[in-house]
Write a protein that binds this ligand. Structure first.
Ligand code: UDP
Ligand code: MG
Length: 318
């Protein structure tokens, strides 16, 4: 009988410092699970500028179950996840970070949940954010709250990208071939029965986080625009509101002029109103621009990633 296979997908961007530790830990868990399932380790080198690819090649030479795809440049983690799901051969797939912030020791528990047939996905959620910067935590939490309100898509509190899924879910996620990929939203959007497993935040084993404040901001904006058009409706709302307001003002001015004559006054008010409405108009055009630019990128149908080299499992053989 054909043995079942679990594909472990690991996006890596400049992870030379932590890859050996990751490999050691995942090998330990692979040995633990060896009786139940085969494991494929599929690393995505996201255009790293350090020795990441060299290390992956060394690993692949010594270990037949290590595979990799290496991008022609940095395409971002979301593209890495897509490439991994597209090229893995497993009956199950799990996505995890290379820095051991997603501890491999949870794999057996996740696998059990799927194996039982009760769940299609097993996902990890952080129950705390210990060790993470205060400001970063604050803005993250604000973003997820806002996101939930605006998009109506329920991203569970503390949800991470550490997630195991069945082949059926892999195919569902791949069927969403959009260019601006907000993976957390995509997983919530495709649905399926998900088991959430809580764990405590772990610090990065080595190396540095790849996300700056700016890139997290872009990530957040993408998350909202990818799953909601509510901000677009804002301009209609404000437009309507100001029309009513203008009409009322018109009546007030008319009555005032007729009853009390027409002394020219109220210059500061005028300036304030002009500046306010001018600012609001630009803001609304800005929002429009955010959607337009994304629609523009989608319509080009550019590939989500470009691989420069790769070593993959033989799909036919499975
Ligand atoms: N990563 C990637 N491409 C990028 C940025 C990050 O493949 O452009 C990978 C990175 O190597 C790591 C994972 O995504 O395996 C999570 O990144 P990181 O640990 O820097 O993020 P954090 O945990 O700080 O949110
Ligand atoms: Mg990390």
């Amino acid at each position: 009988m054909k043995r079942e296979c679990l594909s472990v997908i690991v996006p890596c961007y400049n992870e030379e410092e932590v890859l050996p530790a990751f490999y050691k830990e995942i090998s330990r868990v692979r040995a633990l699970m060896a009786e139940q399932v085969d494991m494929e380790l599929l690393f995505i080198d996201d255009g790293s500028k350090d020795r990441t690819l060299a290390i992956l090649k060394e690993m692949a030479e010594q270990d037949v179950d290590v595979h990799y795809v290496s991008f022609s440049r940095n395409f971002g983690k979301e593209a890495g996840i897509y490439a991994g799901l597209q090229n893995c051969v497993g009956d199950y797939a799990v996505v995890m970070d290379a820095d051991l912030q997603h501890p491999p020791k949870y794999l057996p528990e996740m696998y059990e949940s799927l194996k039982s047939g009760e769940y299609d996905c097993a996902a990890m959620r952080r129950v705390d954010r210990k060790g993470e910067g205060r400001i970063r935590s604050f803005f993250s939490e604000c973003f997820y709250k806002l996101n939930r309100k605006i998009t109506g898509i329920d991203i569970v509190q503390g949800a991470t990208d550490y997630r195991m899924m069945t082949r059926q879910v892999v195919d569902a996620v791949l069927s969403m071939s959009e260019y601006n990929r907000f993976t957390k939203g995509i997983f919530a959007w495709v649905g399926f029965r998900t088991r959430w497993i809580g764990y405590h935040n772990v610090q990065r084993t080595a190396g540095m986080t790849k996300y700056t404040f700016g890139s997290l901001g872009r990530y957040a904006l993408n998350g909202i625009t990818a799953f909601s058009t509510v901000p677009l409706a804002l301009s209609s709302f404000f437009g309507f509101f100001f029309c009513i307001l203008a009409f009322v003002m018109m009546l007030v001015v008319l009555v005032k002029t007729l009853v009390w004559g027409d002394p020219v006054a109220g210059f500061p008010t005028l300036i304030t109103v002009i500046l306010f409405i001018g600012g609001l108009q630009l803001l609304m055009i800005g929002i429009l621009g955010q959607y337009f630019s994304r629609a523009y990128m989608e319509i080009k149908h550019r590939p989500i990633y470009i691989a420069r080299e790769q070593k993959l499992a033989d799909k036919e053989a499975r």
